[in-house]
Each structure stands twice: as structure tokens, then as C-alpha cells.
Write a protein that binds this ligand. Structure first.
Ligand SMILES: *Cc1c(COP(=O)(O)O)cnc(C)c1O
Length: 369
């Protein structure tokens, strides 16, 4: 049995340190926005090379706060992709703005800059590319586009902790970067948690107000805010894990290389090499023709896989209003039946990768199972 993801393996290694962190928080008796959060914000900002990191409740909340901090709301449009976690689009709707969904590049599965340019209108107030699977989006032309139109570029970094572009960490390149620390992300809490990062002092101050009732001081709301704070417990856990992030990402990369080697010439296509910047692997996503058949075959062998995502946002029942028939997204729509995510996490063994890859290679030589 090879699980798609198994967080208990991480606990087996870090258990003592994590339990120590939990006890520290319990003994101190402060649970929301305290010393652990402040320290983690400083440590994460230093890791990324940004001036400010503002902790919040989730990746969705990070995106929502980032949009609000830019003053985006009713009547505004935000250009993003349909091939993403639905959370990206949900955040835009949460601030009452209109998501404008564009297609992705075939090789990187990230925002196509030409499509983004065509989607700009007088109402566009932000570009929101997603660094999906850990693959940096094509930021240079997108940044140029944002600059030309005088609008912010907000990076969805929820799958790309530690990835780089032009020598800078993702999140440090756009006006704002948004992170999720959902447990299965490359840096994960033991519940929901998120972070917005920026080097703009004014935006950082605004984010701090907005995450807590708009309070400039206790009980004084100088803005209309929300409640999306980071827990001390989650911050303490994340402080234990942050020092491991780079070595975990290296381990993911090594395992991805092993998959690449073994899967070349098989029934599946490994991720396209190259791309923009220095990717990390959040997900190892292959392309294949008979995806559902392959998935069932692997499942029968005890190998769990997943699909990210089976339905693009514009074809979700709740978001059917977002794209007119003429605005079809051909690349996005062609991916949906082809993509398959194989197990990939730092604690996965080489033997397990070899087992998965060998099973896929056998599928080729044996034909139907
Ligand atoms: C996980 C994820 C989010 C949302 O993060 P939550 O913490 O689950 O709210 C947003 N965008 C992308 C690309 C994600 O993978």
C-alpha cells in the first residue's frame, strides 16, 4: 500500500520537537497572535527575503486579505486562471470582485501571459497568477503587463513554498505573495493557516488591520476588517518545520528526478522539463491518454493517486457564470482528462517510487491489466 500522502511519517521524525512546541504554547497560555506568530512572521519573511509577513487563517484568507489590502472590491475585475484550486477564484468572489479566467501554457500549466493581456479591461485591478504544482508562472511578461497598466500582481504561492524565479523566492516578486500552510502543502501546519507577504510597508500595515476587525488599536476599528488571525499553536508548529523546508524540497526534487528517469518512454509523460525559474515539486503530475484506466490499475495494486484538479473552475457548477462559450479555455479543458498526480512527499522512499514507476512501465508492456 503506497498512500498518496502520509503525514504521520513526518510526525514519526519530528514528533518530539512538535510536542515540545505544543507544550510551550499551552504553558504560556496565549493562543492567538502572540510571540510565536511574531517570530514565525519574522522567520518566514527572512526566508523569503521580504520586509513583511502577516499571518492569517488560511491560504484563501491570505488571498482575500491581499485583494482587500489593494482596495479591490465590487465592480473590479481580477485576472486569474481556471486551472487552479477553487480557492483562488473563491477569494476574488469573497471581496465581491469578478474573476476573469484565462488559459494556461501547455508546458507549465501556469498563466499564459498572452491570454492575460487579452483579458485586460478598463476594470482590471489585479493579475493573480498561480504557481501551480510548485512551478513558477512566467512572471517577467506578467510583471511588465501589470506595470504597464498600473495594477498589482498578486502571487498565489500556496503550492510553491521555496520555489524561485530570477534568483528571488516566489512571493517576493509580485506586489504581494499569498501562502497556505494547509497540512499537505510543502510547509504545513496541523490545521489551517496562511500568510501574506510583501515588501510594501503601507500594504503590510493595512493587512494587519484587516485581519483583525480593522483594529488600529484594541477596540478601535479604523477600517472595515474581518477575523482571520494565525494561531500560536500553528505558528509554533511551523517554526519547527521551516528549517526543514529546503531539505524537504530537495528530497522531493530527487524523488521527482527518479520518477522522470523511470517514466520516460512509458505510457505517461513526465512533467515538461525547463519552465520558468527554479521550481519545487508540490505535486508530481504526469500526463497520459487513458488516465482513468491507469488510475484504476494503480489503485488495484495499492498505489493511491489523485487529480489536481478533475474539474477546472469555470466548469464547476457554482462558477458556470464565469466564462462565455466564446472564451473557451482549450489548454485548461484538454488537461482535465489527462493529468494524474503520483505520490510525492519527502518521507516517500526510493523503493516506493520505484514500485510506482515499475507498475506504470509494466502497464505499457502488459497492455490491459
Ligand atoms: C491550497 C491552495 C489554496 C488555498 O489554501 P487554503 O489554506 O486551503 O485556504 C489556494 N490556492 C492554491 C493554488 C492552493 O493550492
Amino acid at each position: 500500500m503506497i498512500p498518496f500522502c502520509d503525514l504521520s511519517r513526518q510526525h514519526a521524525v519530528l514528533g518530539e520537537q512538535l510536542e515540545h512546541a505544543i507544550h510551550r504554547v499551552l504553558e504560556r497560555g496565549r493562543f492567538v497572535l502572540g510571540d510565536e506568530v511574531e517570530s514565525f512572521e519574522a522567520e518566514f519573511a527572512a526566508y523569503l527575503g521580504v520586509r513583511h509577513a502577516v499571518g492569517c487563517g488560511s491560504g484563501t484568507a491570505a488571498l482575500e486579505l491581499a485583494l482587500r489590502a489593494c482596495g479591490i472590491g465590487q465592480g473590479d475585475e481580477v485576472v486569474t486562471v481556471s486551472h487552479t484550486a477553487v480557492a483562488t477564484v473563491a477569494a476574488i468572489e469573497l471581496v465581491s470582485a469578478r474573476p476573469v479566467l484565462v488559459d494556461v501554457e501547455p508546458g507549465t500549466y501556469t498563466m499564459d501571459a498572452t491570454c492575460a493581456e487579452q483579458a485586460l479591461s478598463a476594470k482590471t485591478r489585479a493579475l493573480l497568477p498561480v504557481h501551480l504544482y510548485g512551478q513558477p508562472a512566467n512572471l517577467d511578461p506578467l510583471l511588465a503587463l501589470a506595470r504597464r497598466h498600473g495594477i498589482p500582481l498578486i502571487e498565489d504561492c500556496c503550492q510553491a513554498h521555496g520555489a524561485e524565479y530570477g534568483g528571488l523566492k516566489l512571493g517576493a516578486i509580485g506586489t504581494l505573495g499569498c501562502f497556505s500552510f494547509y497540512p499537505t502543502k510543502n510547509l504545513g501546519a496541523i490545521g489551517d493557516a496562511g500568510m501574506v507577504v510583501t515588501s510594501d510597508d503601507r500594504l503590510a500595515e493595512r493587512l494587519r488591520l484587516l485581519r483583525q476587525y480593522g483594529w488600529s488599536e484594541r477596540y478601535v476599528s479604523s477600517a472595515k476588517g474581518t477575523n482571520s488571525r494565525l494561531d500560536e499553536l500553528q505558528a509554533a508548529i511551523l517554526r519547527v518545520k521551516l528549517p526543514y523546508l529546503d531539505s524537504w524540497n530537495e528530497r522531493r526534487l530527487r524523488l521527482a528526478r527518479l520518477y522522470d528517469e523511470m517514466l520516460t518512454g512509458s505510457v505517461v509523460e513526465p512533467p515538461t522539463p525547463g519552465g520558468h525559474g527554479q521550481r519545487v515539486y508540490h505535486l508530481y503530475v504526469v500526463g497520459c491518454e487513458q488516465r482513468d484506466e491507469l488510475r484504476a490499475y494503480l489503485h488495484a495494486l495499492g498505489i493511491e493517486t489523485a487529480i489536481h484538479y478533475p474539474i477546472p473552475v469555470h466548469l464547476q457548477p457554482a462558477y458556470a457564470d464565469l466564462v462565455q462559450p466564446l472564451d473557451a479555455l482549450p489548454v485548461t479543458e484538454s488537461l482535465q482528462s489527462r493529468i494524474l498526480s503520483l505520490p510525492l512527499y519527502p518521507e516517500l522512499t526510493e523503493e516506493e517510487v520505484i514500485t510506482v514507476a515499475t507498475a506504470i512501465r509494466r502497464k505499457e508492456t502488459l497492455g490491459t491489466p
